[in-house]
Design a protein around this ligand. Structure first.
Ligand code: NI
Length: 391
């Protein structure tokens, strides 16, 4: 009887852990992943792959497993770390001050290296070529996906698959959904210009603090008063900066915040309303608002058929049917969205949380860690997704 992909992945579990721990100990933040990229390329070349490096003028790289001329399946992992000081006391803790793999991209890369190793041995079972895409800079807009696509990473590719680990799910659990799975992101800045002066003589000033307070409250009417029951949006004001003394009205107030959406039409509407409401509310109170809506990642939209294929592959790997979870969309953003704008595919979440092993902190937390027992599950899923692909 042929071995299952999970057995294949379990057979290299020690190697998966070794890759993940090396990457974890040597994190590099977005845009600075030079050593990480070299490490990945060296490991791929050690397996016998040729690598193409610095795609689209990024640290991104690919390796191809070519079986015929038909369009390939791309399997993607990201490999950048976050500007966080790690607080875990483990032997493989970050050795780079102020940088940490606190989102699990070290695990993503280890799982995909594992898939590259296993698929190399199973090349004769593949009906389509596979391109392994190792992407930098996911955590920092404009991201690594867009320049890699511009650099040709999706040339002769007609499908893509990606895994993100989740501390909210347990090992052996897989969550995803057809349609919008992660949200569009737009950060914004609003500066309200007034006329400062003595706080005891407000009639001689144009108070930007009171205007800012009205703007903040009015912004909350976007979601409560102008979004349909079937749509969703989040508008959060996250920072307020103004003032220097108790008896001085300042010249201006600076607000910052973020907008999240699951639909491009709603996104445009919300961005437009943030600008209109801030400008007109400020004006009504004798002040003037300058609004800057920053561009951000679009909605991550999974293809329905690709999601079915992911669940089907997971069943073949040996995932328990009860652990294949149709999860609701997630408020975070991801530049995987750009690949899915070009080719159909699926982005799935794999459980890596385990309270017993202190692996329950949220992503981007200085104590974030994963249950490494999940690594073979992710490797096997990549392998099975590629093997299951039709002719
Ligand atoms: Ni991430």
């Amino acid at each position: 009887m042929p071995e299952t992909t999970l057995q294949d992945a379990n057979a290299i579990a020690d190697q998966l852990v070794a890759w993940r721990r090396h990457l974890h100990a040597h994190p590099e933040i977005s845009g600075q992943e030079e050593q990480t990229a070299r490490y990945i390329a060296d490991e791929l070349e050690r397996m016998g792959y040729e690598t193409e490096r610095r795609i689209g003028d990024t640290h991104g790289l690919t390796a191809n497993l070519r079986v015929n001329d038909r369009p390939a399946l791309a399997l993607r992992a990201d490999f950048d770390a976050l500007p966080i000081q790690e607080e875990n006391e483990v032997e493989y803790a970050s050795r780079n001050a102020g940088a940490m793999h606190a989102c699990g991209h070290d695990a993503h890369t280890a799982m995909l290296l594992g898939a590259a190793a296993i698929l190399k041995e199973k090349k004769d079972q593949l009906r389509r070529s596979v391109r392994f895409v190792f992407q930098p800079c996911e955590e920092a807009y404009p991201g690594g996906a867009a320049p890699m696509i511009a650099g040709g990473v999706l040339n002769n590719v007609d499908a893509i698959f990606g895994i993100h680990i989740s501390s909210q799910l347990q090992p052996g659990e897989l969550g995803t959904r057809a349609g919008a799975i992660m949200s569009a992101v737009n950060d914004f800045g609003i500066t309200i210009h007034g006329k400062g002066g003595h706080a005891a003589m407000p009639e001689q000033c144009a108070d930007p603090i009171v205007a800012a307070a009205h703007v903040i409250v009015a912004l909350q009417t976007i979601t409560s008063r102008s979004i349909s029951i079937t749509d969703s949006a989040v508008v959060s004001v996250t920072r307020i900066n103004a003032g220097t003394a108790d008896n001085v009205l300042p010249e201006s107030v600076a607000l910052r915040g973020t907008i999240r959406n699951l639909d491009e039409t709603v996104r445009k509407h919300v961005c437009k309303r943030v600008k209109e409401i801030a400008e007109t509310t400020a004006l009504a109170l004798g002040t003037r608002a300058e609004v800057e809506i920053e561009p951000g990642y679009p909605v991550v939209i999974n293809d329905a058929k690709a999601v079915e294929q992911a669940f089907a592959a997971a069943r073949l790997v040996g995932f328990d049917e009860r652990k294949l979870l149709p999860i609701p969309p997630i408020g975070g953003g991801e530049d995987f969205a750009y690949y899915l704008q070009k080719v159909p595919g699926a982005f799935v979440f794999l459980g890596a949380g385990n309270t017993d092993k202190q692996c329950h902190y949220p992503h981007h937390h200085p104590r974030f860690n994963i249950d490494e027992d999940m690594l073979p599950w992710g490797t096997a899923l990549h392998v099975q997704y590629a093997l299951s692909r039709g002719a």
